[in-house]
Design a protein around this ligand. Structure first.
Ligand code: TRP
Length: 345
């Protein structure tokens, strides 16, 4: 058979998310909708980075299994399809730990100390001691996640680009020492603008400003009715500026184009008030979430199904991981008995 008759390997995509408990509409707009599109076109590996969660939340792990299960329910409900993409749990593929160790051997400390997220988080997170070996190694573990599957593309947000750059450097260093085992992965930036929280800040569980995929309709109404709008618009008769209004940002994602256009015009000339505008947006948001919530309910009473999806996915991931590790071990001469190199006389 000539090489041309072989179908080319589908390009591979890999990404991970730390388990955070509940998934909010910011995750949906930022990562999930993108993943759902990618699973149709690429060979995709998506995973829950439970070990990464522990690099910061190591002291209290009691909610970990609960958070993982709820996350997977949300992902499945949002449309990630285990028939199309491999959905797995990082800690169920312990090869990641082995590769992490081997990559840590060749990663200069200076590279890690220079990573911007490392410096920022050491300064900003004060309620936890992040002066640990594991936290410094966070991007090495991430590199192991990516290189393990020989990913071509890694869909991530802007904040992760430095980690992908580091992965590429580690990749080149590994290949230069031990032969080219790994292709260089590329970041694939999510184009969706960041969806603000209900108070206009970044949407985050810790700010209490998030709308969750599983929120009941009444909770959504309540949250939206308290949403911040253009602060300069004090009275109904004041014109507003949709460009700085979080409600408008939600319209752009959840409302039909005609509604977005109408609000864009009417808000600026005080033709529609914030209360009415919020009601309109809520209706569209509730409608957009309805099929997701319906699917989520189906998993509600079947937690075992959720674990089964992860087990099956992890089993598939492990096969790919094992194949890569065989090449890594061979490249590094870690195979017992291995190749007997002839020494020059
Ligand atoms: N660091 C990523 C985040 O915080 C999560 C992550 C872990 C990841 N391993 C990964 C993302 C590998 C992409 C590829 O969002």
């Amino acid at each position: 058979m000539d090489s041309q008759s072989q179908p080319p390997r589908r390009q591979r995509v890999l990404s991970g998310l730390r388990p955070t408990g509940n998934v909010h509409i910011g995750h949906l707009a930022g990562a999930l909708e993108n993943w759902i599109e990618l699973q149709k076109k690429f060979e995709c590996y998506f995973f829950i980075a439970d070990w990464h969660a522990l690099t910061t939340h190591y002291a209290d792990t009691k909610n970990l299994q609960n958070d993982i299960r709820e996350n997977v329910k949300d992902y499945l409900a949002a449309g990630l399809d285990p028939e199309q993409a491999v959905l797995f749990l990082q800690s169920r593929v312990p090869e990641h730990a082995e590769l992490h160790l081997l990559l840590s051997l060749i990663t200069p400390l200076g590279w890690l100390e220079r990573v911007p997220t490392y410096k920022e988080q050491r300064e900003q997170i004060r309620d936890k001691d992040l002066g640990t070996y594991g936290f410094l190694g966070y991007p090495v573990l991430q590199s192991a996640d990516i290189l393990m599957y020989k990913a071509d593309y890694v869909p991530v947000g802007e904040d992760q680009v430095a980690h992908i750059e580091l992965t590429r450097e580690i990749c080149r260093r590994f290949n230069s020492f031990y032969g080219s085992v790994f292709p260089e992965p590329q970041a694939m930036l999510t184009s969706a603008a960041r969806l603000p929280g209900t108070d206009g800040r970044k949407m985050s569980k810790s700010y209490g400003n998030a709308i969750y995929l599983g929120d009941p309709e009444a909770a959504i109404r309540e949250k939206v009715s308290n949403m911040l709008t253009d602060p300069a618009r004090k009275r109904r008769s004041d014109p507003g500026n949709p460009d700085i209004c979080p409600v408008f940002a939600y319209h752009k994602l959840f409302s039909p184009a005609a509604t977005v256009e109408m609000v864009n015009v009417e808000c600026r000339r005080a033709g529609i008030g914030c209360v009415e505008d919020k009601k309109l947006m809520t209706a569209n948001l509730v409608q957009a979430l309805a099929p997701i919530q319906e699917r989520r309910r189906q998993y509600e009473n079947r937690p075992q199904d959720v674990w089964n999806v992860l087990e099956e996915g992890s089993h598939k991931a492990k096969q790919t991981a094992e194949a890569t590790m065989e090449q890594v071990r061979a490249g590094m001469n870690l195979k017992p008995g291995g190749t007997e190199k002839k020494t020059a006389e």
